[in-house]
Design a protein around this ligand. Structure first.
Ligand SMILES: [Fe+2]
Ligand SMILES: [Fe+2]
Ligand SMILES: [Fe+2]
Length: 422
């Protein structure tokens, strides 16, 4: 994926822009927390550059499990006990889906108070970082609530039971030495973070792994969409290969397909899971996911990748959305992902329907082709190789389904354990 310029900075900005969609109050929260944690790590002098880079990424994404708005209300209230669901989900996403799974417990404990640690067995390093994230998180929330960091700091004397003395004194040190508050207010902290991440040397497909993590975590919101993205990717790649595409196009298609529904992070669960057909109003809300996808990706990924994702609901006859483009404007790559998205939806189970049989899927695809909505060559290729494409898709989705069930069952057991502690 080197050719697609998937740098750490770009991938992070896609992920954070996506998280921003959950709630405007979280805008840039992840970055600010990461910055404060970075300053504290620097001051402590016991972290290698590599560790700091990894922990900055983890800190930026510490709320990745928080896609339920009710939970965000709880998170943003200063005193609240009910903040563990998103910590557990987030840590499980990290554990099973990210290249930084070794830090997953940092996310699990990021709302733990110092006194809770007496009852659990946590590695010292993990605890130190989790406490820093906790403290930075609270400081940022106070700062957004118009308190100055100095005022917030003064109150820390009464907060030893939450953050412990070590983290508090580190924070005091950096709040004095570095002008954290000004760097945050004038936005220069972002440049500093970017600079420290710039040369982060992650191997091979690490950046794609992060993209996968965010894509799957959005699919995992609803039982019926768990494997939608992975099957869309799988079908797109198989179709691309049968159509003789070059490696570079396959990479663009793969990334575009992973990101095509990223805007659904903002679609209410009630709509995603509605058992019947949607009202006009609900349909409008559902369709907004495409604009949000565009907004998240624009300027952050290569233009062609953005285009593939943004155009997956366009039709050749100009009756798609959002731009009502026509056939002469849609590239082969666009067309492949549009067909794959539909195949994935038809062959999969949805809240409003069972999965369709091969005959029904093919019948619907033929009608799309004959009415001039989707590409003839792509659909003919899909029909001619249907069994191979779908078998390949089944194999690729198996692993994701397994992870989904693991996360679900582990979530329950960790939650029960935590509730006994706090
Ligand atoms: Fe949190
Ligand atoms: Fe979509
Ligand atoms: Fe889709």
């Amino acid at each position: 994926m080197k050719r697609l310029n998937l740098t750490v900075g770009r991938v992070m900005s896609v992920m954070l822009r996506a998280l921003d969609q959950i709630d405007v109050r979280l805008v840039d929260h992840g970055h600010r927390v990461a910055y404060i944690v970075y300053k504290m790590m620097q001051a402590s002098g016991t972290y290698s550059l590599r560790e700091m880079q990894e922990i900055v990424i983890v800190s930026s994404l510490h709320d990745i499990g928080a896609y339920k708005t009710e939970e965000i209300d709880n998170m943003l209230r200063f005193e609240s006990d009910d903040v563990f669901d998103h910590s557990i989900y987030g840590s499980l996403f990290f554990k099973y889906m990210s290249p930084l799974s070794k830090w997953s417990e940092v996310i699990l404990y990021h709302h733990f108070n110092e006194i809770h640690y007496e009852k659990v067995n946590v590695e010292r390093r993990i605890k130190d970082i989790a406490v820093m994230i906790h403290l930075a998180d609270r400081m940022d929330i106070l700062m957004q609530g118009r308190q100055s960091l100095r005022e917030a700091e003064a109150d820390l004397d009464h907060q030893k039971y939450r953050f412990g003395e070590k983290a508090i004194s580190l924070f005091r040190q950096v709040n004095k030495e570095a002008d954290i508050e000004n760097s945050i207010k004038d936005g220069s902290y972002l440049g500093e973070l970017k600079g420290m991440l710039k040369d982060a040397d992650f191997e091979g497909d690490t950046m794609l792994d992060f993209i996968r993590m965010i894509a799957y975590s959005i699919d995992f919101r609803s039982e019926t969409t768990v494997t939608h993205v992975v099957s869309t990717v799988s079908i797109s790649l198989e179709l691309g290969r049968f159509l003789g595409l070059q490696e570079e196009d396959l990479e663009k298609i793969e990334l575009g397909a992973y990101l095509h529904d990223i805007g659904k992070i903002a679609t209410p669960l009630g709509i995603l899971e509605k058992p019947g057909s949607l009202t006009n109003e609900e349909m409008r809300t559902m369709r907004e996911h495409i604009e949000i996808t565009g907004d998240i990706l624009k300027g952050r990924v290569q233009d062609e990748v953005y285009q593939i994702a943004y155009r997956h609901h366009e039709k050749l006859d100009g009756r798609g959305y959002p731009l009502k483009l026509t056939g002469d404007q849609l590239t082969l790559n666009d067309r492949i992902v549009a067909v794959s998205d539909m195949m994935s939806a038809l062959a999969g189970k949805r809240s409003y329907k069972e999965s369709f049989s091969k005959e029904v899927v093919i019948d619907i695809l033929k009608r799309q082709m004959d009415s001039g909505k989707l590409d003839r060559r792509v659909i003919e290729t899909a029909i001619a190789n249907y069994d191979i494409i779908m078998e390949c898709c089944r194999m690729n989705t198996l692993r994701i389904t397994e992870i989904y069930h693991k996360i679900k069952s582990e979530f329950r057991s960790i939650r029960t354990g935590m509730m006994e502690l706090v």
